[in-house]
Ligand binder design. Structure first.
Ligand code: F6P
Length: 372
C-alpha cells in the first residue's frame, strides 16, 4: 500500500490532533494506505524520528489539545543540527525515499507553507494543511485553532470587565497575534472591549486616552482594552517598518544576517509594549491601569466544536487529494467546501486584517476605539 508521512510544525493550535485523525482515518480506512508520523515537526523529519500512526494510534485523540506528534519552528533550508547551521533538504529527501513515501502532509501556519513550498520545489509530493490561532494564512477562509482561541480570549475579556469595573481601572488584555489582529479584533468585538489595538492600525496615545476619557465623562470610569501582541504606536510601527525594509533590501548574506539581527533587536525593545502603554494611560487618564497577558492559555486545551469540524474536514479532504495524486497545494477552507490552492499562491503571504474589512466597521459602529 501507499505510505504517507505527516508532521505538525510551528506553534501548536487546537485541532491539530483532530486533523491528524481525520487524515489518518480517511487514508487508512477509506483509501487503504499506511501512515507514519514524524516527531517535532521539520526537526524530526530531518533527523528521521518517526512514530507509527495506525488505527489504534488515532483513537481517542479528537478532543485532545496540542499535537501528539510534537512540534518545532525549524526551517528546512536553515537548521541547526549538531551545532552547525545546515540546509537540511537533502537529508529530508533521503528520509522521504527511505520510507518510500507517496507524499508528506505538513500541518502548520505561514512558516510551514514556506517550508512545504521549498520541499515541493525540491521534488517531494507535499500537502499543506493550514492551522494557526492567528488566522493569518493567506487564501483560506479560516484556520483551525482560531475559533477555540477566540472563545478563550472572549471569555477572558468578559472576566476582566467585572474586575475592571469594580476597581475603576483600565485593564489591557494582551492577545496573541504578532502580525495579524484577527484574534484581538474578533474577541474585542465579541467581548465588548472599549478599545481594540491591532498590528494593522498603528495607534496614538491621544486617541486611546481620548476614548477612555470620553467614557469617564459619560460615567463609565473603567475600560477594557484588547491589545494584539503585535500592536504598536505610530513611532514603534515606523521603526519596525524601517527595519523590515532594510531586511528586504539586504543583498549579501552578511547584510541579511545583520538586518535580521537588527529587526530582532527592534522587536525585542517592543516586547513589553503593553506595559508601557498601561503606564502612559495611567498618567494620561488618572485611572489605575493593569495588564493581563493571556499568553499560552489561548493555544492550550481541547478544541471547540467548530475547530474539530474544520480540522476533520481539512484532514479528510487532504486524503482525497492524495488518492487523486494532487500535490504541491494547501487544502483551503472555502465556504462550505475545501479547495486546493497552489503553494506558490500561499507561501510568503500573510492574511492581515484589511483596512476596509467589515469587522472594523462593526467595531466602530458599536463605539469601539481603534486607536487611530
Ligand atoms: O503563531 C501563533 C502564535 O501564537 C503567535 O500569535 C505568537 O506570537 C507566537 O505564536 C508565539 O509562539 P511561541 O512562543 O511558541 O513561538
Amino acid at each position: 500500500p501507499k505510505r504517507i508521512g505527516v508532521l505538525t510544525a510551528g506553534g501548536d493550535s487546537p485541532g491539530l490532533n483532530a486533523a491528524i485523525r481525520g487524515l489518518g482515518k480517511a487514508v487508512i480506512g477509506h483509501h487503504g494506505m499506511e501512515m507514519i508520523g514524524f516527531r517535532d515537526g521539520i526537526r524530526g523529519l530531518a533527523e528521521d524520528r518517526t512514530v507509527p500512526l495506525d488505527r489504534a494510534a488515532l483513537s481517542g485523540i479528537l478532543t485532545i489539545g496540542g499535537t501528539i506528534l510534537g512540534t518545532s519552528r525549524d526551517k528546512v533550508h536553515r537548521m541547526e543540527i549538531d551545532g552547525e547551521v545546515v540546509d537540511a533538504r537533502d537529508r529530508i529527501a533521503e528520509t522521504y525515499e527511505r520510507h518510500g513515501l507517496e507524499c508528506l502532509v505538513l500541518l502548520g501556519g505561514g512558516g510551514t507553507a514556506k517550508n512545504a513550498k521549498r520541499l515541493a520545489d525540491a521534488g517531494l509530493n507535499v500537502l499543506h494543511l493550514p492551522k494557526t490561532i492567528d488566522n493569518d494564512v493567506a487564501m483560506t477562509d479560516s484556520t483551525f485553532g482560531f475559533a477555540t482561541a477566540l472563545e478563550i480570549a472572549t471569555d477572558a475579556i468578559d472576566r476582566l470587565h467585572s474586575t475592571a469595573h469594580s476597581h475603576h481601572r483600565i485593564i489591557l488584555a494582551e492577545i496573541m497575534g504578532h502580525r495579524a489582529g484577527w484574534l484581538a479584533l474578533g474577541s474585542g468585538i465579541a467581548g465588548g472591549a472599549d478599545v481594540v489595538l491591532l498590528p494593522e492600525i498603528p495607534y496614538t496615545l491621544e486617541s486611546v486616552a481620548g476614548t477612555i476619557e470620553a467614557r469617564s465623562a459619560a460615567g463609565s470610569r473603567f475600560s477594557v482594552i484588547a491589545v494584539a501582541e503585535g500592536a504598536r504606536n505610530t513611532a514603534q510601527a515606523a521603526e519596525v517598518e524601517a527595519a523590515v525594509a532594510l531586511k528586504d533590501s539586504a543583498k549579501s548574506p552578511e547584510a541579511q544576517r545583520a538586518a535580521r539581527n537588527h529587526l530582532a533587536h527592534v522587536l525585542d525593545t517592543h516586547r513589553e509594549h503593553t506595559f508601557g502603554l498601561a503606564r502612559e494611560l495611567e498618567a494620561a487618564t488618572g485611572l489605575e491601569s493593569r495588564v493581563s497577558i493571556l499568553g499560552y492559555i489561548q493555544r492550550g486545551g481541547t478544541p471547540c466544536a467548530a475547530d474539530r469540524l474544520l480540522a476533520t474536514r481539512i484532514g479528510t479532504a487532504a486524503a482525497d487529494l492524495i488518492a487523486d495524486g494532487e500535490y504541491g497545494v494547501m487544502v483551503a477552507d472555502r465556504g462550505t467546501t475545501t479547495v486546493p490552492v497552489p503553494l506558490a499562491e500561499v507561501a510568503g503571504k500573510l492574511k492581515t486584517v484589511p483596512l476596509d474589512h467589515s469587522w472594523l466597521r462593526t467595531a466602530r459602529m458599536v463605539g469601539t476605539g481603534l486607536g487611530d
